[in-house]
Design a protein around this ligand. Structure first.
Ligand SMILES: [Zn+2]
Length: 66
């Protein structure tokens, strides 16, 4: 099983008085992996933590691994 993990951070449009658009981090993100792992949209820090935990889990050999 290949794991290609990615974290997509959300942005939101900032209120501005100018004729342009500004964006800022929304503070939420979603981590997904090609293996089917997905956190859904949660706080960015939590998404990072779960993504790291997912990768750590892969490094640990399991007794029941096939
Ligand atoms: Zn994975």
């Amino acid at each position: 099983m290949r794991h290609a993990l990615s974290i997509e951070k959300d942005i939101r449009e900032k209120p501005t008085t100018g004729p342009w658009k500004e964006y800022e981090p929304a503070g939420t993100a979603a981590a997904t992996c090609s293996c089917g792992f997905a956190t859904g949209t949660i706080a960015t820090a939590e998404a990072s933590r779960l993504a790291r935990a997912h990768l750590d889990e892969l490094k640990t050999p399991r007794a029941d691994a096939t």
